[in-house]
Design a protein around this ligand. Structure first.
Ligand SMILES: Cc1ncc(C[n+]2csc(CCOP(=O)(O)OP(=O)(O)O)c2C)c(N)n1
Ligand SMILES: [Mg+2]
Length: 547
């Protein structure tokens, strides 16, 4: 440790002289940051110089979009903020796409970026990385965006960024610091991280919910991303068991209940299917941490009962799309806990649906669902990945299919882009998840198209020896798009057929093991073998789709 960094860390309250870069690193340490993802440039070298002597590990990416997805995957897998260190101008515009993804899926991703020296800032003076309004790129895609105008502000702004991600709904945060402030020395006081408590439900809200549940005869539960990110799973399952209530989830809500639990209906609702019939027969829905979004509900076609209690930490989401009869603006875990406890105290329980009823509904929904021809590949993956193993999906047919047909058993083990739907998310996000959980098996699942959006991060995987099997479902096609051209545009194809490199040979260039798996059995064996290695492995799986 440099004297300055060591001193600042040990005696957080004392005033001392540090560079702005050292102040950044000391504040990250004070907030428990163990790893940062980034790519340096001359503007951020004061941060990097302070990192050399810190206890924070640095994972070097190959492109800032990959860096952002790595930090996002780290955050989703661990529940802790992911930190990205980014340079002025092109670094910021490159990472913006990953920040947009994190925004739609409520991930705590912190981007710390340099900016031009204050005397050239926003002037287009012919300086390196000139940009007119850098923070303006970030404002619409972050929950918190701030720029330092004086060095002394640095610890406060970074601390506030952490608080913003912890206090309510997590959203990405952005702090921008001009290069001259990072390089100059000033007097700093690094405050320790403040404890943050999530808002719990008001007692009268719980009493109201208990009364509504008591009056209802058939209750269903819908769990969204907020149920997973708040850690509500255990109390949600207890609640479901007490009420005999089937649990349907959104894609982001997968893992809120183990999908082999007799009350789980997974993410299986589709327009007109048996899950919809069950939902329509309920007289009360408890919705935890979901906006009941347009895609998940097929533009509000999901037949939820009119009586609905919606729990959401974000007051702007709690009434979205389906008007509730009661709203509880509070943390999903705290609310599920309070509700389960209140029902226990009041001695209220219900028969609801039987396990047999639910099993029948589930079987009917699966039998009528699309894509059965490739389902054996997902069954093979599920056999190869242990219950607590993490599957990171890209924007590809297999991920859409997996949302229905790949059972998830634990929270934070299913990481997918569902909102912004960026191609190229999965490989870097899986690397970030592996950094967060080195002892947990992590598998990336990509299409041949999406893989090529961020395949440069194979170098990162090798450099840091991140043993992630990368399963490429390869149809040499942008199938998700081609299917729509087939169905809506009379098979007038354009821009959807790909000429790809040989991915097995590509792996060889990186010194990475690779194999072609031509059947579900071969895939299972390849993933099992890859999970036993200490290097990443490419598994190229030729497939076709019926359409
Ligand atoms: C950054 C970005 N560009 C374009 C798209 C539009 N898009 C959605 S799916 C898709 C095809 C993906 O192809 P591939 O990864 O091979 O998966 P497949 O659909 O073939 O399973 C495209 C181009 C997107 N989602 N993201
Ligand atoms: Mg494809």
């Amino acid at each position: 440790m440099t004297t300055a960094t060591a001193t600042a860390t040990a005696t957080t309250r004392a005033t001392q002289r540090l560079t702005g870069g050292q102040a950044v690193v000391c504040t990250l340490e004070a907030h428990g940051v163990e790893v940062a993802f980034g790519i340096p440039g001359v503007h951020t070298l004061a941060i990097y110089d302070a990192l050399v002597d810190s206890g924070i590990d640095h994972i070097l990416g190959r492109h800032e979009q990959g860096v952002g997805f790595m930090a996002d995957g780290y955050a989703r897998a661990s529940g802790k903020p992911g930190v990205a260190l980014i340079i002025t101008g092109p670094g910021v515009t490159n990472v913006a796409t990953a920040v947009g993804e994190a925004y739609t899926e409520s991930t705590p991703l912190l981007v710390i970026a340099s900016a031009e020296e204050r005397r050239w800032l926003r002037r287009m003076a012919g300086n390196y990385h000139d940009i007119t309004d850098q923070i303006g790129v970030m404002r619409p895609i972050t929950g918190y965006a701030a720029e330092a105008t004086a060095a002394e502000q640095i610890p406060g702004l970074v601390g506030e960024a952490f608080r913003s991600m912890a206090v309510g709904r997590s959203r990405p945060a952005y702090v921008e610091i001009p290069r001259d402030l990072l390089e100059q020395e000033s007097a700093f006081e690094i405050a320790p991280a403040l404890p943050v408590s999530k808002p719990g439900p008001a007692p009268d809200a719980i009493a109201g919910a208990v009364a509504a549940i008591e009056a209802a005869s058939r209750v269903v539960i819908y769990a969204g991303g907020g149920a997973v990110s708040s850690g509500a799973s255990a109390s949600l399952v207890a609640l479901a068991e007490r009420l005999g209530a089937p649990v349907v989830t959104s894609q982001l809500g997968k893992g809120a209940i183990p999908e082999d639990h007799p009350l789980s209906l997974g993410n299986l609702w589709e327009r007109g299917n048996a899950v919809g019939d069950l939902l329509a027969a309920a007289d009360l829905a408890l919705v935890f941490g979901s906006k009941l979004g347009v895609a998940e509900t097929e533009s509000m076609a999901m037949p939820l009962p009119r009586h609905m209690i919606r729990v959401d930490i974000d007051p702007t989401e709690v009434g979205r799309h389906y008007p509730p009869t009661q709203t509880i603006v509070a943390d999903a875990r705290l609310t599920a806990e309070a509700l389960a406890a209140a029902l226990r105290t009041a001695g209220i329980s219900k028969q609801g649906w039987s396990a047999e009823d639910i099993a029948r509904v589930k079987a009917a929904a699966l039998a009528g669902s699309w894509g059965a021809e490739n389902a054996p590949y997902l069954e093979a993956l599920r056999r190869a990945i242990p219950r607590d193993g993490i599957l990171v999906g890209d924007t590809t047919m297999m991920t859409y299919l997996a949302a229905r047909r790949y059972p998830v058993y634990a929270p934070r083990t299913w990481l997918v882009p569902t909102g912004y739907l960026t191609l190229g998310f999965a490989l870097p996000a899986a690397l970030g998840a592996k950094v967060a959980k080195p002892a947990t098996p992590v598998v990336a699942m990509v299409g041949d198209g999406g893989f090529q959006f961020t395949m440069h991060e194979l170098a990162t995987a090798m450099q840091f020896k991140l043993p992630v099997p990368i399963v490429i479902f390869n149809d040499s096609t942008y199938t998700a798009v081609k299917m729509d051209q087939a169905m809506k545009y009379d098979r007038r194809y354009l821009g959807v057929d790909l000429v790809n490199p040989d991915f097995v040979q590509l792996a060889a260039a990186y010194g990475m093991p690779a194999v072609r798996a031509e059947s579900p059995e071969a895939l299972e064996a390849a993933v099992t073998a890859a999970l036993g290695r200490d290097l990443p492995t490419i598994i190229d799986v030729p497939i076709a789709w019926q359409y």
